[in-house]
Design a protein around this ligand. Sequence first.
Ligand code: ACM
Ligand code: ZN
Length: 652
Amino acid sequence: MKGTLTLFLFASLCLSLSAQTIAGPGQIIPVPARVVEGIGVCDALAEPEVRIDEKAFRKAAGKLVPDTPEAYLLEITTKGIKILAPGEEGAFYARRSLEQMRAGVDALQCCTIVDYPRYVYRGFMYDVSRNFRSVEFLEKQMDVMASVKMNRLHIHLTDGAGWRLQIDAFPRLTSFAAWRTADKYYDWHDRSYVDVSIPGHPAAYGGYYTKDDIRRLLAHAHERYIEIIPEIEMPSHSDEVTAAYPELSCTGEKSNDLCLGNPATMSFFKRVLDEVIELFPSEYIHIGGDEANKENWKHCPKCQALMEKEGLADADALQAWFVGEIGAYLNSRGRKMTGWDDLLDGEVPEGATVMAWWNAEAGTKAVRRGHEVIMAPAERCYIQRLPDAPRVCRSAEGIYLPTDSVYVFEPVQKDMTPAQAALIKGVSACMWTEGVDSEGFAEMLMYPRLLAMAEVGWSLPANKDLKGFRERATQYCAKLRERGYETFRLEDEYGQRKAYFQPLEHLARGKKVTYNIPVSERYPAEGPSTLTDGKQGGWSYLPGSGRWQGFLSDIDVVIDLEEVREIHYVGATFMHFYPHEVCAPSRVEVSFSDDGQHFTRAAAIDSDVPEKDTSTLFFLYGAPVSGKARYVRFQAFQGSRPWLFTDEIIVN
Ligand code: ACM
Ligand code: ZN
């Protein structure tokens, strides 16, 4: 009888165990530094015993763990869960790991996790100027950031499309320059603003954060160990400032650049920064500094007089002088300056941190000059770019940046010395929002690529594993969707353009191309062989993909087939992305010749391209022809936008 009872008890235990859902450390994003799996399981809801004790942590975690308050030790045994951390942050992150394991399961696999970040700066930049977003939206994203141990939210608060922060000293920044005349950025043709302080103004799109809004955001961030870094753009990307206060531009009219020779400009920014510093407790204040046009400064008497007085050789030196003054001001107020890598065009103030965006080489340049760097190169970190094939996934930019490419980003460049690499303080994903016109679309672009960037910033390179990440991110995104986020679905990813992988055999392959009009120096791809190398481009026209040639003109090339051939077809694909001025041609002409001198038209194709469509599109201009020729002339004529991009001229 006893034996039967034991058997019964054992059977029901097995049943209840098999019905249990168990999760382990293998699903944590970002992947922890060290994991030792144990035997048995622990109740997922067990309350952890938390101890913050630096000495005890050091002793338990071992010497190899770097000195960081964000480190933690998480021990899950059949007896319960213990957290030991050197600081509050570490205990917070231990709970985040636990929370990720616990979601939706009954039991946790026993294990010991020792974890710490690779970089101190694990950031995300969001542009609220081009498309304003609510406090709630930013709070919602910070919840995910904290869950994946990201600790810096950099808010791009000011740009030509709208000033987004209450500044008491300059009320027109928000009563006027925060409101525009069309909700969609790309429909905002006249680039004028709306004065909402005048009763009866027309419908205005925009908004700004009051100081109370910011205090609320800061409180939300503080509870999650996130520092909010405000960016106040200067001295360029400032159309909205000069629209509100035209006396601050060189011409007295709205302009991209501010007048640096006018002392009122310096005084304006110091007063703005006074209010910014009072509001935001962040270590860093970001001053922008990118893409100054600098043209007006060369003709402006005030700017010229200042250059003369300060002995400044050129416009770059003028910007550097201005940045130096602002940097010193921030330092005098106990803050550090950071700005985009365009600052490297001139002298960068000592102690300033450079945010490398143009490319990773800009980061190398900055560390060689002794500056600390945040790596945010567009080619890996600009997540408004296409996460998948354009037909599958709407894009905010006609440039392809799949999740895998973000994930495999390595911030340390091969030509950096260890001392230079040590100047890399971290990484940042960036979301520029010209084409990001809704919250759901923003989230679809962010997830899972923000998760990939979290892992780049936190995890040790040796622990990274793309396949494992894709599985973890797929699960994580499913949970995000349950919580009301939109995400891209990695499991449905289409991937790179199929043609990219399929070499084409055709009559012109490997044949010489002569350019009657040269290709643009900016987009030569692989040089003259590109258009007949049998290789087609991917979803991006950027040089890195190596396959799309760009022309800032009509295209006019001649292919020498080396002997007279019978020809049935000539065609080429063109990329189209209207917001970047990349447009399929209005007309294509094909002509044949036997001597390379006298050509006869063989085909012409006229096209109505959907100019205003802001999606990334590909148009094949192909024509059946019938004839014999040695030389094939291919001409493509610009539409209303200047750039033409094509990858291969196919002759059959
Ligand atoms: C930038 O993308 N202009 C920083
Ligand atoms: Zn000026």
